[in-house]
Design a protein around this ligand. Structure first.
Ligand code: FAD
Length: 475
């Protein structure tokens, strides 16, 4: 199937009557679509819930004190400052009127209605607690800068509290860190906490021995990094064990509270782990905008909130609505950055062709560039085309690829410097954690239902069966 011609567009007040393209989301899909429209005869409005473009793959390095938040989240406005046909609007899109061709965004109670001729929706996915949103209070996810900074405060704070604790059981609880989910995010997070405890902090305390910290990586599935296959999954597990991570598989989390977790093993045994710091890296739920679009267009929305798109990434009967990235469902495409980037560029190309009277493109084809995940410094796994690497070579590949995709020269330079501090030396330059970061979530709870909707970084779970829609191969 190819991109069909748009129906008669609504009257436009742009210079020369150029089509108005509204893009929802400043993540990989939205930003790369906006940039790809640089030379197109259109007027682009990019609406983002945050003022930054977030490079999610390195969030765990913000949480563990390697990088600053600015390095992985440059201002969208700055990135697009030279693109004359693009403007950036800060606001959360709360409604899309498909018949009237408008998008409504809201910030601090102020609503703005944006008419469009072409719409690209790239609102991504938030964390899923599989219907247990109350876990979020005790086990933050890894979806936003807020999450990463809160986790940084909790991780470094746990060592501080352990230093002054008197009761040995309390010290053990404070020095136990549990990461839920053995996909790439969980593996990277567990590996970094282990390195932090064993390398960076080992001489910093007088009453406790940080190298004795217990780092547990839990997953209900029987394998680590299942999407990488058995060979790389086993290699990752071995490397994790070598740096002292206790990998527990077939272990399903059934409860989370301030003091620890309740876990049910595959043989039915229920046990408890006392742990002050819990991190949720287990599942995602696509943006609620998928359901809004599904109700109006009849497109299917799956249990994880992803909306089915046609082979040209548009919705049935609506060639002007393009959905890309983590919130689209097309075949078995995984929720990874490359799917979003390539989808965003494809949608932009379709729009440019239509605006310039060219014939539509062929259906969207994803080019899989491979997947990788780091375990610790100098050690990673990589699955690139048919080649499988583990150890140092994979780590160098990981380094180069991630550096390439960090947006902006300044961020690249400072990231390299911070990596040298942490990987060649033992330091971490970003150990600042404020009380506001740690307690902000609890304070926001006071806002009531409005906060309830977004506290997981995405829509409230409507279906307790939410699954890991990303099926992410890489990290
Ligand atoms: C911790 C972590 C590590 C990852 N590591 C890797 C990796 O190593 N390699 C890889 O390929 N993939 C990785 N991924 C997955 C990858 O980041 C996603 O697949 C990719 O970001 C999806 O792009 P997107 O544009 O669909 O969504 P996102 O990049 O999530 O962007 C969505 C954007 O929409 C905005 N938004 C959401 N709702 C609204 C709304 N209602 N109104 C306005 N704006 C809204 C958000 O603020 C955000 O800017 C990782 C994901 C996470 C969470």
């Amino acid at each position: 199937m190819t991109t069909s011609p748009a129906q008669a567009p609504a009257p436009t007040d742009t210079p020369g009557g150029r089509p108005r393209v509204v893009i929802v989301g400043s993540g990989f899909g939205g930003l790369f679509a906006a940039q790809a429209l640089k030379k197109a005869p259109v007027e682009v409005t990019l609406i983002g819930k945050t003022a930054q473009h977030l490079f999610q793959p390195l969030l765990y390095q913000v949480a563990t004190g390697i990088l600053s938040e600015g390095e992985i989240a440059p201002a969208t406005r700055e990135i697009l400052r030279r693109q004359k046909n693009a403007r950036v609007v800060l606001g959360e899109v709360t409604d899309i009127d498909v018949a009237g061709r408008t998008v409504t965004s809201e910030i601090l109670g102020r609503q703005t209605v944006h008419p469009y001729d072409e719409l690209i929706v790239a609102a991504g996915a938030g964390q899923s607690y599989f219907g247990n949103d109350h876990f979020a209070e005790f086990a933050p996810g890894m979806k936003s800068i807020d999450d990463a900074l809160e986790l940084r405060g909790r991780i470094f704070g746990a060592f501080e509290l352990a230093e002054i604790a008197k009761d040995p059981a309390e010290v053990d609880r404070l020095l136990t860190f549990v990461v839920v989910g053995a996909g790439p995010t969980g593996v990277e997070m567990a590996g970094q906490i282990a390195e932090l405890a064993r390398r960076t902090l080992r001489r910093d305390f007088r009453n406790i021995n940080p190298t004795g910290a217990r780092i547990i990586l839990l997953d209900a599935a029987p394998a680590v990094l299942p999407s990488f296959g058995e060979k790389l999954g086993d290699a990752a597990r071995r490397q994790l064990n070598e740096i002292g991570v206790d990998v527990q598989l077939g272990a399903m989390v059934t409860g989370v509270d301030a003091d620890g977790l309740e876990v049910k093993d595959s043989d039915g045994t229920v046990r408890r782990i006392q742990a002050a710091t819990k991190i949720w890296a287990a599942g995602v739920q696509a943006s609620g905008l998928g359901r809004i679009l599904g109700e109006q267009t009849g497109a299917d929305v799956d249990r994880a909130g992803r909306i089915s798109v046609q082979p040209d990434l548009t919705l049935p009967g609506h060639p002007e609505i393009h959905v890309v990235g983590d919130m689209m469902a097309l075949g078995k495409l995984p929720g990874v950055a490359q799917v979003a980037i390539q989808g965003g560029r494809y949608a932009a190309e379709a729009i440019e062709r239509r605006a310039t009277g060219k014939k539509p493109q062929e259906p969207f084809e994803y080019f899989d560039k491979g997947s990788m995940a780091t375990i610790s410094r100098f050690s990673a796994v990589a699955d690139i085309w048919k080649f499988k690497f583990s150890g140092f070579i994979a780590w160098v590949l990981w380094l180069v690829v991630h550096l390439m995709y960090i947006v902006g020269f300044k961020s690249r330079v400072t990231t390299v410097l911070h990596w040298m501090v942490s990987f060649l030396g033992r330091g971490r330059s970003e150990r600042v954690a404020t009380q506001q970061q740690v307690y902000g979530r609890l304070a926001l709870e006071q806002l009531g239902p409005r906060w309830e909707v977004s506290k997981t970084g995405g829509p409230k779970d409507v279906d307790p069966a939410g699954e890991d829609v990303t099926e992410r191969d890489s990290a």
